[in-house]
Structure formats: C-alpha cells, structure tokens
Ligand binder design. Structure first.
Ligand code: UTP
Length: 230
C-alpha cells in the first residue's frame, strides 16, 4: 500500500530554544522513525529566535527587508540540518533546494527535510506549498502554542482554544496578525492559511512539548490541539 505523506512545520524555537535542544531533536526523530513504517514525512523547520536576531541585524545594516529575510532563512536551514543529523540513516541525505527536488526525493525516501525558500514568506507557507506539491493531505504545525485561540492568550484572559475550526476562519485570524516583517510571529502565516484553504488540506496545530499529541496527530487520533478543515 502507498504510504500517506504527512507534512510538518516545526517551530525553530522548539529545536533551538536557546542552544540546540539535542535531546528534544532526538525524541522527535524517534517518533518519525517509528511511524515511518506506515507514513512518509515531509518536514520543514523554522528559524526560531536566531532567525529574528539575524533578521534584525541584517535590517539594521542593509535597511532592506529582502536581505533581512535572506539572513533569517539561513537559520531555518541550520535547524533543518539538526533534524537531518538525527535522521540521516533513513532520510534523504540532503536538504532539497526546491519543491521539485523534495517531491522527487520523497519518491525514494520516507523522510525529507527542508528549510525556508524565498524571502517574504515563512516556513509555514513553505510547508503548505510543499504539501500541495507532493499531494499531502495533512499538515501538522508543531510550535510553542498548543492550538489556535480566539484571541491572543498572552494578552487576553478570555481567549479560548478552539478544537475545530474552518479554513476561512483561520485565514481571517492570520490576516489580522500579518505584518510582513522578517522574524515576526504569526499564529500561522496568512498565505499558508489561504493555501490550506484553497487545497482543502487538513491543518493540525499542536504543542511540540506534548509528544503524545504529536504522535496522535500523526496517527489520526484525537489530540489536544486545533484541527482546521473544510
Ligand atoms: P520562520 O518560518 O521560522 O518564522 O521564519 P517563525 O514562525 O517566526 O519562527 P519559529 O516558528 O519560531 O521558528 C523566520 C523568518 O525567516 C524568513 C522570514 O523573515 C521569517 O519571518 N523566511 C523564512 C523567509 O523569508 N522565507 C522562508 O521561506 C522562510
């Protein structure tokens, strides 16, 4: 039977909260390894705090948003290399330079890992574009936030976590937070949300700290995060 492909967008701050969290990287690698008997994984890694630090420095020097983004993209690649290192024996041995290369690599490998691509976007968008390219029907967003809230839970005590929501509602929420600045934090990139919508891809938003939620999202069991669908 053909293996289902699951696409993951993993927040850089989980992989590198301050310095690289090797223990955490090994733990998630173990989960991907275990489930690669049944699924294929297309993994996109975020840049985390380093991306923001580099974007800020590049912006100060160049006063150019494109170049600030390029500085940040390198951090996403650095984090992708960490995940690749933990899975090197079973994954594609390189970080694909393009969506086509990633798609081809997935034909012959169970796990493919990518970083960012072009300036002006985020790895959320890269993950959904990759999901579209490889016909992956499920994207799991693994971050520090344990789901999608009605409002910013850090600022508003009345914020409620949604267990289920529609694509268009996610796109609306993401649009409200969009500033288009390198290293800015969105709930989920507005473009990524719209791409999920146009292709009817199911989105799962879970906390990366809860490894049982990660496993449940992979094997289609109920988890404590948010499911976004039609
Ligand atoms: P991330 O996708 O890591 O952003 O990209 P994030 O969601 O804020 O980070 P995590 O979840 O904590 O890891 C970081 C920055 O890199 C640039 C953008 O400036 C983005 O804000 N970037 C990334 C791009 O320009 N293009 C890409 O394809 C990826």
């Amino acid at each position: 039977m053909k293996k289902q492909i699951i696409t993951l967008s993993i927040g850089g701050s989980l992989l590198v909260p301050d310095i690289p969290d090797v223990d955490y990287i090994k733990k998630i690698a173990k989960i991907f390894r275990k489930h690669s008997k049944k699924y294929k994984f297309a993994i996109v890694t975020g840049g985390g705090a380093d991306a923001r630090v580099y974007a800020r420095a590049m912006r100060q020097i160049y006063k150019n948003e494109f170049l600030a983004d390029q500085g940040a993209i390198l951090s996403t690649w650095q984090n992708a290399y960490l995940v690749l290192a933990a899975l090197q024996d079973i994954s594609y041995k390189k970080l694909p330079q393009s969506f086509d290369e990633a798609a081809e690599a997935l034909d012959h490998n169970d796990i493919v890992i990518m970083g960012g691509t072009i300036p002006g976007t985020t790895t959320d968008t890269v993950a959904v574009l990759l999901a579209e390219r490889i016909d992956s029907k499920r994207v799991i967003n693994v971050s520090n936030v344990d789901g999608i809230y009605t409002r910013d839970p850090k600022k508003d005590k009345k914020a409620k976590k949604l267990s289920l929501m529609k694509h268009e509602d996610l796109a609306k929420l993401a649009a409200e937070k969009d500033t288009r600045k390198a290293g800015e934090n969105f709930v989920f990139d507005v473009l990524a949300s719209k791409l999920l919508h146009r292709s009817g891809i199911e989105g799962h938003f879970i906390s990366g700290k809860k490894l049982n939620d990660l496993e449940n999202a992979i094997i289609c069991k109920k988890h404590n995060g948010t499911v976004v669908r039609k």
